[in-house]
Design a protein around this ligand. Sequence first.
Ligand code: ADP
Length: 394
Amino acid sequence: MNVLVLNCGSSSAKFAVIDPSVPREHVSGIAQRLGAPEATLDWKINGTKESRRIAGAWHDAALRAVVALLRDLGLADDLVGIGHRVVHGGSKFSGSMAITPEVISKIEECIPLGPLHNPSNLVGIRIAQELFPGTLQVGVFDTAFHQTMPPVAFTYPVPYEWQSAHGVRRYGFHGTSHRYVARQALVQAGLPADDHAIVTAHLGNGCSCTAVRNGRSVDTTMGLTPLEGVMMGTRSGSVDPAIIGHVAAALGQPEAKILDALNKKSGLLGVSGLSNDMRAVEEAAAGGHARAQLAHDIFCYVLAKAIAALVVPLGRLDALVFTGGIGENSAAVRAAVVGRLRFLGLVLDAAANAQHGRGQHGRITVETRPQALVVPTNEELMIAMDTSEIGQQA
Ligand code: ADP
């Protein structure tokens, strides 16, 4: 039942071979710094890390090296399918799809919405088709889970024609992660599948929160692009868009450059002046660095406000789920956010909160409803599950 999961970025390609029926991950790894002399293929198998140099390799050579590795490991044969992470599916995909020429055309049509990601995702699909002719290929879209949002949640209050003419609307991202952790939370929190109200907070380098009502996304914080919403590692999240013109005029720089700074030089990095990495920010704050502390405070404050706002479409809150590198590992972020949300009935269990780390899940509040819990995400497993499900339908 093995599935090869591929996530091709602009200078890296992540991969994993997973049997979703167990579930079991046989191997996972990343080909990174593609195109550079120091490009490597790093992988983890049975808890051991290994590495090969693939100097100068681009996606093509890197994926060939991945396949050679899988052959060495006896994992390249009898794959039931290959699941590809695709970032932007626009309004064209509301679920995972077997790749056909028509699906590829639609992914190409979404390039203006995801110019940084979709082209690399397509490269991965093309190479995988060449390397594994006749094997099922499936596209799993970051945006698909959010296609159930109602117009009141996805329509921006801007000139209405922008939506039909230019695709301007909220799409949302991290859908595979939100979908996975919401499903897991149902089981862990003992909530009924047909009547639940969950907010999922995916806090990694990128951060977003989603309101999930009865298994469906009803609103989310990211928008047309992943820039909107809560504060992130290098992204500002929502700010007054007039900042762009104001700073561009003040600095005599093009607006595109300011927009770039909102994506790459803002968030934790921008406020702290130190790092986009939450660990580094927390260490500096603990050492008395005032701007690191401010960055941490803003991160938690904005997050708590966004989570509270997502209770509006839900009408009530049964569970708040923390996931992603920060959500799974930062007890300080979870404590600060839950502390600010006490008015919703969330009461932190400090001992339980301190225990949870990556790979560990569980409740971090004293009450059973509403409750906050940590659920480790596993986007690769979700992609493998979708791929094998589509394989069984075929
Ligand atoms: P990505 O979005 O790239 O998958 P991750 O989900 O791995 O990223 O999350 C990366 C973030 O998680 C970084 O900000 C990192 O500092 C943070 N993180 C990881 N471990 C810890 C920890 N022990 N304490 C606080 N933050 C952590």
